[in-house]
Design a protein around this ligand. Structure first.
Ligand code: NAP
Length: 438
């Protein structure tokens, strides 16, 4: 699709949205619920598309299809609860109320790492609110988007309400950000491109949701249940070969258990099955592209040159191509890129700490603030640290924090706005205040 075609798509979306918003919330909810049922019915087919174009293991891809369907179901239900307020008035001759109305035509620009779920949690909320949603998927994973749209068409969600725009990102991004008819952009991806979209959207004063990079600290205190901490670490680090924005990225382990934890983690990591994701037993697939592979490899190599030690893995996997060995690194210098930057690969880098205050400062010494993880059996410490961490989400004694029923999002350079939860619907609604003289 080029700029001219996208302009036509926007024009048709404007017309279609006028009809879509006039449906009752219940009518929109019924279509979304039917879409969710189709997604569940076709879980295996959707998963196969994801694994073939993105590379994640088929079991994870099935999980993603169900997770994506969960967002559609959640927002189908939330559509019927977009309540306004009745406000005690400031004058006896005026009545005050608010209503919530759809923001209009919106655009969802999505990444490759969750090619179904990142679309579902934007489009589900947008359609539930009464918006039209133009989806611009990542160039690596357009077919997952098309598969989702195909199922939506089958249940009577019009193509002009959920169009897919594939093409040159810079060209299409420029149209979407500059066009006044597009009233909101919801973007998930890198902080760099998020900042660009923020700037490009300024002249048309669009509402924005930006779900950007993360650099999650994973803090293991000496009073943690070690087996639980290892389970959480494996899930939070190695899902999707480490290519999730909420992946544990900086492991801080208290001195007393540092050796025990790192050895046990290395033992678990050695057992991960690497290979073609379409095989049921595989747990780690390839990285998304050569740039991603080079990024991970260079960070590991630099850290080793600066004194880090590899406990397991450390380089290209015998499978060849874009497969990187699941890796555990200890004692990466605080100054190394491995210890400071988002890794986005199957590499756990461990750093030792002594005191609670010290580790909170280390965790907060990042421009990002998406997810954080705390492993401790001490309830008072868990409360103290979860409140002190600068981030949008905290997992206490768990690595699994993402769900459609709770708000997902970050602070600082990790972005603006929340997806999922009741908050996710509000991102696609405007509040109108009505003052009525009597
Ligand atoms: P990316 O390069 O920013 O791409 C994301 C999307 O933006 C793609 O659809 C891409 O299209 C598009 N894009 C690129 N340049 C654009 C432009 N100038 N105007 C408009 N759109 C443009 O990000 P990525 O490398 O694919 O994803 C990895 C990053 O996403 C990581 O930092 C990760 O932490 C973050 N992420 C965050 C979340 C979250 O919820 N916070 C979730 C997942 C990932 P093309 O593919 O066609 O270039």
């Amino acid at each position: 699709m080029d700029a001219k075609e996208l302009n036509e798509v926007i024009a048709r979306a404007v017309v279609a949205q006028a009809t879509w918003r006039s449906l009752t919330a219940g009518e929109r909810a019924a279509r979304l619920q039917a879409w969710q049922s189709k997604m569940i019915e076709h879980t295996d087919a959707l998963a196969e598309v994801v694994t073939l174009e993105q590379g994640k293991p088929i079991n994870e891809a099935r999980g993603e299809a169900v997770y994506a369907a969960g967002f559609i179901e959640w927002f189908a239900q939330e559509a019927r609860r977009a309540y306004g307020d009745t406000i005690p008035s400031h004058r006896s001759d005026i009545r005050l109320s608010t209503i919530k109305q759809p923001i209009g035509v919106v655009a969802a620009i999505t990444p490759w790492n969750f090619p179904l779920a990142m679309i579902a949690r934007k489009a589900g909320a947008a359609l539930a609110a009464g918006c039209a949603c133009i989806v611009k998927p990542a160039e690596q994973t357009p077919l997952s988007a098309v598969a989702l749209q195909r199922l939506a068409l089958e249940v009577g969600i019009p193509g002009d309400i959920l169009p897919i725009a594939t093409g040159d990102a810079v060209e299409l991004g420029s149209v979407l950000t500059n066009d006044d008819r597009v009233r909101k952009i919801s973007f998930t991806g890198s902080t760099e491109v998020g900042g660009l979209i923020y700037a490009q959207s300024a002249p048309t004063l669009k509402k924005l949701s930006l779900e950007l990079g993360g650099n999650a600290p994973f803090i293991v205190f000496s009073d943690a249940d070690i087996d639980r901490a290892l389970d959480a670490a494996m899930f939070a680090k190695f899902r999707n070969a480490g290519q999730t924005c909420v992946c544990a990225n900086r492991f801080f382990v208290q001195a007393e258990i540092y050796d025990e934890f790192s050895k046990k983690l290395a033992r678990r990591v050695e057992q991960l099955v690497v290979g073609d994701g379409i095989r049921e037993e595989v747990q780690i697939g390839p990285l998304i592209d050569q740039a991603a592979f080079s990024n991970v490899a260079s960070k590991v190599n630099e850290a080793v040159a600066e004194g880090a030690q590899i406990l397991t893995g450390g380089g290209p996997h015998a499978c060849g191509g874009l497969f990187f060995q699941p890796t555990v690194v200890v004692d990466a210098p605080a100054s190394s890129r491995l210890a400071r930057e988002e890794i986005f690969g199957p590499v756990a880098a461990l750093v030792k700490f002594s005191e609670e205050e010290e580790v909170v400062d280390m965790a907060n010494a990042s421009e990002f603030g998406l997810a954080s993880y705390i492993l401790t059996e001490n309830i008072r410490r868990a409360v103290r640290v979860s409140e002190a961490l600068e981030c949008g989400m905290v997992g206490i004694n768990t690595g699994a924090i993402s769900t459609e029923v709770a708000p997902f999002g970050g602070i600082k350079h990790s972005g603006l706005g929340r997806e999922g939860g009741w908050q996710g619907l509000d991102e696609y609604l405007e509040v109108k205040m009505i003052a009525t003289g009597i």
